[in-house]
Ligand binder design. Structure first.
Ligand code: ADP
Ligand code: ASP
Ligand code: MG
Length: 425
């Protein structure tokens, strides 16, 4: 990401020696008028404590879900550009109401859409990536003493089309803004009081962590821990933004996401995640010759489909291969279309689809220096009679694909196996 006004921002704030807090409130934290007032009081308190405050808001409650349902009633396969046009309306409601709440409490505030603050993205509708932010307008209003309220999750292309950053993307708006606003920290206000060893809705004994480093948090988020949008952690890491995940309802300290944590390598497994709604595509009878796989995955990437794991088996005396890969359930329709096209072009025998899968992962930087994690994980799943359909590993992650119905049970089993309910940090 390029901050178009990077130097200017530095100049504006360097002289003031006033720290900026970016406070992000998720949908449940702005779900009704009372919660909007509560969030406004947080911002006012930070302002009275001497900070300049930028608020980043999600759409109220389940607005985004409702808009998606509505769109599908009108068109089961809605154009992505129009989805973005629709979904960006949700955040526009919450930011304007928040500005009204602050004004009602006697504080100056101004709300901005993504377009108004030059949140420029690429053109991948429904999962756009931020290219640059023009912080000038925000800085001007902060210096005029206002609380600045920004619509999360949305941007605009160079050509002026509205885009969204993918579900949960307001976290990324907030951390990216904190990255371009010098010396700022980012507070993520949500409906849990921090980052837990796993989703506390699945394992009530899950334990809140006081701190976690960017690498582990990035893996947890990418592998299904919904509490943070994974791209927000990429920004946090790249620009070294301290992120505090905390409850919007209480004042308890949450979880700090930082570069280094104490005794990092001592904790072998830090957390367990569940990625729901995975699907598998298998290309059966792919000609086994150089360049075929590259053609297949280049075309899939062109369609903006994110491929999770890839498995290739050689069959028929090495003349053919079967290539399987997993994608998010929401990408299955697109994957189906591309693969059928590829099937015709490359002479692939058939394309098989299989939905209803989930991926359970254990994550921890300590795995770099400890062995036996994978074996322990497979044993625990076997003992619980959970069939593993596919395995992937990296330096700090071991993942298994299982049937979707067994996903939660697998998380519970692994959380207990690695004793994550016991204090370690
Ligand atoms: P918001 O609307 O505030 O962005 P989200 O629903 O996106 O909130 O994220 C918060 C939810 O993330 C929690 O309610 C919790 O169920 C879920 N979650 C999943 N994994 C974790 C985890 N490891 N720690 C905390 N919460 C988690
Ligand atoms: N409102 C969007 C969503 O529900 C963005 C967000 O909440 O972060 O995904
Ligand atoms: Mg979220």
């Amino acid at each position: 990401m390029r901050a178009r006004t990077g130097t200017e921002t530095g100049r504006l704030f360097g002289a003031r020696n006033m720290s900026i807090i970016v406070q992000k409130f998720g949908g449940s934290s702005v779900a009704d008028a009372e919660k909007i007032h509560r969030a406004a009081r947080r911002a006012i308190k930070a302002k009275l404590d001497g900070h300049q405050v930028v608020m980043v808001l999600s759409a109220m409650g389940k607005t985004t879900d409702k808009l998606i349902t509505l769109a599908k009633e009108v068109n089961p396969n809605p154009p992505k550009r129009e989805m973005d046009m629709l979904l960006t309306t949700g955040e526009q409601v919450s930011i304007s109401l928040m500005a009204m709440a602050l004004e009602a409490a006697g504080h100056q505030a101004i709300s901005f859409t993504g377009r108004q603050i030059g949140m420029v993205t690429d053109a991948s509708h429904t999962k756009a990536r931020i290219r640059s932010i023009d912080a000038e307008r925000i800085c001007k209003e902060l210096n005029a003493g206002k609380v600045v309220i920004v619509a999360g999750f949305q941007g605009v292309t160079e050509e002026g089309a509205l885009t969204t950053l993918g579900r949960g993307g307001s976290d990324t708006t907030a951390v990216a803004l904190a990255a371009v606003l010098k010396d700022s920290i980012c507070e993520i206000y949500t409906d849990v009081d921090g980052v837990y060893t796993t989703d506390p809705r699945i394992v009530p004994q899950a334990r809140k962590m006081n701190e976690i480093n960017y690498d582990e948090m990035l893996e947890l988020a990418s592998l299904g821990a919904k509490v943070m949008h994974s791209r927000s952690i990429e920004f946090g890491k790249k620009y070294n933004v301290p992120i505090h995940v905390r409850s919007s309802l209480t004042d308890t300290e949450g979880t700090m996401i930082v570069a280094q944590t104490k005794g990092m390598e001592d904790v072998v497994v830090r957390g367990v995640t569940l990625k729901r709604d995975l699907a598998r595509v298998v290309l059966v009878g792919v000609p086994n010759k150089p360049g075929v796989a590259s053609k297949i995955f280049a075309r899939i990437a062109q369609q903006g489909i994110v491929v999770d794991d890839i498995i290739q088996n050689i069959v028929e005396h090495a003349k053919e291969a079967n290539i399987g890969f997993t994608v998010a359930g929401t990408d299955l329709k697109d994957a189906d279309l591309v693969c059928k096209e590829l099937g015709r072009e490359l002479g692939i025998r058939s394309v098989e689809m299989d939905s209803g899968l989930a991926k359970v992962s254990v994550v921890g930087v300590g795995m770099k220096t400890h062995t036996g994690v994978a074996a322990k994980m497979f044993n625990a799943l076997a003992y619980a009679q959970i069939n593993i359909q596919n395995i992937t590993t990296s330096e700090i992650v071991v993942s298994c694909v299982v049937n979707a119905e067994e996903g939660e049970k697998a998380v519970q089993v692994l959380h207990a196996e690695f004793e994550l309910d016991k204090a370690k940090d």
